[in-house]
Ligand binder design. Structure first.
Ligand code: GAP
Length: 455
């Protein structure tokens, strides 16, 4: 049994592990980087794929009231006029005339002045802050060869509008009747004034949004339903319940379109912060697009019943989930004399599900069996074959990327066709028949899992 040595999980430790093990790299690094922009390496891609697939499977595949959509990133700019983003998707910005930095006026207490020793903006006698002005967060671009005002377009700051403008298509072609939802995953872009805290606030992120269209008198009930569903999804994927909470916005905090919003918050190293938002958007979006486009976006039943559905929207980015998962999973402990760093990820989130480790890489009988097992497992799951270095080091490498199971092929395997399975969390080892490993792994990945760090 391992000696527990719980230690604080800081964002720095998460950034350092992510970089060391190739989950996430600072982008454009050889050119000096581009503030708060990141590239995903091999394990980062695998983890992101798992998060996306699990979301899609619970939102679409396992439901009968949902269809998928993949709309364009650059839409007709009229969409953003109608949605209110051109006029109102902005944050208050102040410039410091002395240090030339820019800050969000409503977050000055979290910001640091450019002068050393760093203080809050405004706290030095030399600080010279401008009046706050509204700064629109949408990235502008030009469509086509002409570069005049008529060619101005925007990179979408949310995927949701692509869903609203396709409401009629889905209603007619997928023959849906409220309540039903449209789910979409894709990149969104925001020119955040103060991005930061690793992937928590970035300018380019992958949103997973679902717009659920309901009869107006059922909106409140579905709003509560989706808060419950989404919270449970995180618990089922192993996030500790004590690190999750639901916080309802008061009227002053809500977005212009919302008649009710709750954040599912996670206790990140930077404190309680929004992981996912669930909003009751009412009839705002369909009404706006009806008025601006001239196309009626409403539901008309066979009996002549007619109404503009209300919309419940759970919206999250893969980035926020990614950070929450790594923070929740990160652990350091002393095993004997040695410290080990381990990612206690839910096996379904873990980038690699199994490692196959021949004890002696020059032993032909071991290698033959190990390669055959590797070939068998990799057909179904991400599996790694590692034959380099001491076995302890190989286990440590797998621990750091969160591989839940390692199968070691040793002398005894050659004698009796059994292998050792090592459990990442408990470090327990047991022997099982080589021929049964694939089935054993399948069953183990299906089993409910909860964090050994507690609830
Ligand atoms: N369609 C509604 C909408 O976009 P939002 O609260 O602005 O609402 C939804 O964003 C989710 O998108 C957030 O809960 C968060 O998970 C994610 N998100 C928003 N801005 C982000 C950013 N700059 N970096 C990473 N994730 C972000």
């Amino acid at each position: 049994m391992a000696d527990q040595n719980p230690s604080e999980v800081t964002m720095d430790k998460i950034v350092s592990l992510s970089r060391r093990r190739g989950f996430v790299f600072p982008s454009s690094e050889i050119y000096g980087g581009l503030g708060s922009t990141y590239d995903y390496g091999h394990y980062g891609v695998l983890t992101k794929n798992n998060i996306r697939e699990l979301w899609f499977s619970s939102m679409v595949q396992e439901r009968e009231d949902m269809v998928a959509l993949d709309s364009a990133v650059i839409l007709n700019p009229a969409v953003w006029e109608a949605s209110g983003h051109v006029a109102g998707f902005s944050d208050p910005l102040v410039d410091c005339r002395t240090c030339k930095l820019r800050f969000r006026a409503d977050r000055l207490e979290d910001a640091q002045c450019g002068r050393k020793p760093s203080k809050r903006p405004g706290e030095f006698a030399e600080c010279d802050l401008t009046e706050a002005r509204q700064f629109n967060l949408m990235f502008q671009t030009q469509v086509g060869a002409l570069q005049d005002g008529s060619s101005t377009a925007y990179l979408r700051p949310e995927t949701a509008q692509g869903i609203f403008i396709n409401f009629k298509n889905v209603l007619q072609i997928a023959r849906r009747k409220p309540p039903f939802g449209i789910a979409q995953v894709g990149k969104s872009f925001r020119n955040e004034i103060t991005p930061g805290n690793f992937l928590f606030r970035v300018r380019e992120f992958e949103q997973m949004e679902m717009e659920y269209f309901v009869p107006p008198d059922e909106a409140e009930e579905w709003y509560r339903y989706w808060i419950g569903q989404r919270l449970q999804w995180y618990v089922d994927l192993g996030l500790r319940r004590s690190r999750l909470r639901v916080r309802e916005h008061d009227a002053t905090e809500r977005s212009h379109y919302s008649s009710g919003t709750s954040d599912i918050e996670y206790l990140y190293p930077i404190g309680w912060q929004e992981l996912e938002g669930v909003a009751n958007r009412g009839a705002f979006d369909l009404t706006q697009h009806t008025e601006h486009s001239g196309t009626k976006l409403e539901y008309v039943g066979q009996d002549g019943e007619r109404y503009t559905p209300h919309v419940i929207e759970p919206a999250v980015s893969i980035e926020r989930i990614f950070v929450a998962m790594l923070v929740d999973a990160y652990d350091e402990e002393l095993v004997g004399e040695r410290e080990r760093t381990v990612l206690r990820l839910h096996p379904r989130i873990a980038p690699v599900k199994a490692a196959v480790l021949p004890l002696v890489h020059r032993d032909a009988a071991m290698v033959t069996r190990a390669r055959a097992l590797f070939e068998e497992l990799r057909r179904r799951h991400m599996t790694e074959y590692d034959d380099s270095g001491q076995i302890g080091r190989r286990y440590r490498r797998q621990d750091e990327i969160g591989t839940p199971f390692a199968f070691t092929i040793d002398e005894q395997t050659v004698e009796d066709e059994t292998v050792t399975v090592r459990d990442r969390d408990s470090l327990a080892q047991e022997r099982i028949p080589l021929a049964g490993v694939a089935g054993w792994l399948e069953d183990s990945l299906e089993r409910p899992w909860s964090s050994p760090k507690g609830d």
